[in-house]
Write a protein that binds this ligand. Structure first.
Ligand SMILES: Nc1nc(=O)c2c([nH]1)NC[C@@H]1CN(c3ccc(C(=O)N[C@@H](CCC(=O)O)C(=O)O)cc3)C=[N+]21
Length: 281
C-alpha cells in the first residue's frame, strides 16, 4: 500500500481563493488588508521565504510592505520600526522574520508587536490566549497542519497524536491545537529516549525538528497520518523534510511532501490571519 499525499499547494489554492474574496470585500470598504514583513540581515533562506510571502500577498489582493535592514541594525532601531508599524493604520499584520541576528533579543522584539497585529501568533499574550482556548491568532504552521487534517476529514478527536519538536513556533502550539481538537498528545524533544516507541503509537505524527531523516519508516504506525514540517537540504542541495519520505510513504496512510506540503500552508495561514486582523479593525 502506498500513502495518499496531502498536497499543500492544492489545499492552499482553495483557501487562498477565499482569502482573495475577503481581501476584495475589505478593499471595497477602504480597508485593504496590509502585511508588513521585516527582515534583518541577509540569511539567504529567509530572503526566499520573505519574497514568497510578499508575492502571496500581491497575488491575493493584500497590501504588503517588505522592510529589509542590514545585519548590524540595533535592537533599539528595530523596536522603533515596530512601534511605527503598530501605529500604521494601513498595516494589520506585522511579521518579523526569525531568526534575528544574535545581538537582538528576539523575545523583546516579539513582545513589542501589538498583539492584535501579531499574525505569527508568537506574542506571549497570543500564546496564553491559545493555551487557554481563546485564540486570537493561531501560529501559521500548526494552523496549516490542522487545515490539512481537516482536508482529509481525519477524526482527530480521540486519536493518538505525537509531535516531535517542542519549539514555541511549531511544536508547542501544534500540541495545543491537537489537544483542543480532542487528540491525546505526546510531545517529544531532542532528549526523548527511544523516540520510535512513541512515534509508533501515533495515529497522527507531526515532525518539526530540522533533522533530515530523523523519522524512518520503521518508526511509523501503518496507516498513520505523517506531517513533515522539516525544511532541510539533502547532499545534492534539494529541499527535503525530517521524514524519510520514499520509504515512509509505503507505510503511512497519508503523508505530506517537502516541498509542496506544510511550507505553502504556512504562507496561506499567514494570509488568513492578516485578513482576520483586518476584518477586526
Ligand atoms: N516570523 C517568522 N514567521 C514564519 O512563518 C517563519 C519565520 N519567521 N522564519 C522562517 C520560517 C520558515 N517558513 C517557511 C514558510 C514557507 C515555506 C515554503 O513555502 N516552502 C516551500 C518551498 C520554498 C522553497 O522552494 O525554498 C515548500 O515547502 O513547498 C518554507 C518555510 C516560515 N517561517
Amino acid at each position: 500500500m502506498t500513502a495518499q499525499l496531502i498536497n499543500g499547494n492544492l489545499l492552499s489554492q482553495t483557501i487562498r481563493a477565499d482569502v482573495a474574496k475577503r481581501a476584495a470585500a475589505l478593499t471595497a470598504r477602504g480597508r485593504q488588508p496590509g502585511l508588513a514583513v521585516v527582515l534583518v540581515g541577509d540569511n539567504p533562506a529567509s530572503q526566499v521565504y520573505v519574497r514568497n510571502k510578499v508575492k502571496a500577498c500581491e497575488d491575493n489582493g493584500l497590501h504588503s510592505v517588505m522592510e529589509k535592514y542590514d545585519g548590524d541594525m540595533t535592537e533599539a532601531a528595530l523596536l522603533a520600526r515596530i512601534d511605527a508599524l503598530n501605529k500604521d493604520p494601513k498595516i494589520h499584520g506585522i511579521l518579523v522574520q526569525l531568526p534575528l541576528p544574535a545581538h537582538i533579543d528576539a523575545h523583546k522584539v516579539i513582545e513589542a508587536i501589538a498583539p492584535e497585529k501579531d499574525v505569527d501568533g508568537f506574542h506571549v499574550s497570543n500564546a496564553g490566549l491559545l493555551m487557554t482556548g481563546q485564540p486570537l491568532f493561531r501560529p501559521c504552521t500548526p494552523y496549516g497542519v490542522m487545515k490539512m487534517l481537516e482536508s482529509i476529514d481525519y477524526p482527530v478527536r480521540g486519536a493518538n497524536a505525537v509531535v516531535v519538536g517542542a519549539s514555541n513556533i511549531v511544536g508547542k502550539p501544534q500540541a495545543m491545537l491537537l489537544l483542543q481538537a480532542g487528540a491525546t498528545v505526546t510531545i517529544c524533544n531532542s532528549k526523548t529516549r527511544d523516540l520510535g516507541a512513541h512515534t509508533r503509537r501515533a495515529d497522527i505524527l507531526v515532525v518539526a525538528t530540522g533533522k533530515r531523516n530523523l523519522v524512518t519508516a520503521d518508526m511509523v504506525k501503518p496507516g498513520a497520518v505523517v506531517i513533515d514540517v522539516g525544511m532541510n537540504r539533502d547532499d545534492n542541495g534539494k529541499l527535503c523534510g525530517d521524514v524519510d519520505f520514499e520509504k515512509t510513504k509505503e507505510v503511512a496512510g497519508w503523508i505530506t511532501p517537502v516541498p509542496g506540503g506544510v511550507g505553502p500552508m504556512t504562507i496561506t495561514m499567514l494570509l488568513v490571519n492578516t485578513i482576520e486582523a483586518a476584518e477586526r479593525t
